[in-house]
Design a protein around this ligand. Structure first.
Ligand code: PPE
Length: 304
């Protein structure tokens, strides 16, 4: 991976190679930690973090859900991310990974006495599903893994433990020769990708599943806002796998994945088998927003 100079750990900027944890770090054993993924883009006016406030708010909400008591406030965490980007000399677009986790000192499942640690790393990260994927679309497999049950894990939290399921689904998809997994919920309706939300387009209408079984995605919300501004009808409703097979266009959204077209699902060609026109328009609009080229969305950018 692309190393940076420093990582923010509990208020200190630590050299990248020295940002380490003890082997008995509680989160490493029992999986209670929460994190974010936020991107900063090189705009004409310099590096700008996209929706810093919303991501940081979600980080604290995740901590609230999983009973971790944060030791930094929203304002302090936002300032720390800005400080980190200022301290490192990034040449390209950056991915920011704040994590609040339980450190060393207590073992056993009961976690409340474990020390709460906070770290923020940032590095230059390119397209998540490939540059070719962004342009031509990717091949997707519906996973044999069900999206984490809302009766046991807590999917509104961007919690470390939730990603074991994503990891297994992603591995299975790649192993089968696909690029990404699409997970269904326990009732068989589309939930989300291993690290993205999902949309289809049918007869010009944009459809995405409600948030029952997915993260409250910030990219999804941005794309919906853009689509509605462009005059599209956006429906929040359940989608079945057979409806995916016959849709005109499909795409994934996520901070890392941005807006990635889907050209095939389970060997069924989607639309023309390439990035569709609605997807292309939304992708272009999304990049205009994150790169600061759309004045109406400047309030989502924090310039460094
Ligand atoms: N669902 C899941 C399960 C998920 O992990 C993400 C983000 C989303 C939906 C989209 O959320 P948002 O980024 O707010 O639009 N996945 C992150 C993890 C990527 C990784 O591999 O790490 C991300 O996109 O940063």
């Amino acid at each position: 991976m692309n190393k940076a100079d420093t990582i923010w750990m509990n208020g200190e900027l630590v050299p990248w190679d020295e940002a380490k944890v003890h082997i008995l770090t509680h989160t490493l054993h029992y999986g209670n930690g929460v994190f974010e993924g936020t991107r900063a883009y090189k705009t004409e006016k310099g590096l700008a973090i996209f929706r810093l406030h919303d991501h940081t708010k979600r980080l604290l909400n995740s901590a609230k859900i999983t009973m971790i008591k944060p030791t930094y406030s929203l304002e302090e965490l936002e300032a720390a991310q800005i400080e980190l980007l200022r301290a490192n000399d990034f040449k390209g677009n950056v991915y920011i990974r704040p994590i609040i986790y339980l450190g060393y000192g207590v073992m056993g499942v009961y976690h409340v006495k474990a020390p709460v640690e906070t770290a923020i790393a940032a590095w230059e990260w390119g397209s998540y599903l490939g540059d070719e994927g962004l342009e031509k679309g990717i091949r997707v497999k519906i996973s044999s893994f069900t999206r984490n049950s809302i009766k046991s894990t807590m999917g509104k939290a961007k919690a470390v433990a939730n990603y074991l399921n994503s990891q297994m689904a992603k591995f299975e998809a790649i192993e089968a020769g696909y690029e990404e997994a699409l997970l269904l919920d326990e009732e068989g309706f589309v939930a989300e990708g291993s690290g993205e939300c999902f949309f289809i387009v049918r007869d010009g209408v944009i459809i995405t599943p409600p948030h029952d079984n997915s993260l409250e995605s910030i990219t999804q919300a941005t794309v919906i806002e853009l689509a509605e501004k462009l005059g599209y009808t956006v429906e929040f409703r359940r989608i079945t796998r057979d409806e995916v097979y016959i849709c005109d266009e499909a795409f994934f959204t996520g901070t890392a994945a941005e807006v990635t077209p889907v050209r095939e699902v389970d060997a069924r060609t989607i639309g023309e088998g390439k990035r569709g026109p609605v997807t292309e328009q939304l992708q272009r609009e999304y990049f205009d927003v994150v790169y600061g080229r759309n004045r109406d969305f400047e309030h989502y950018l924090t310039y460094i």
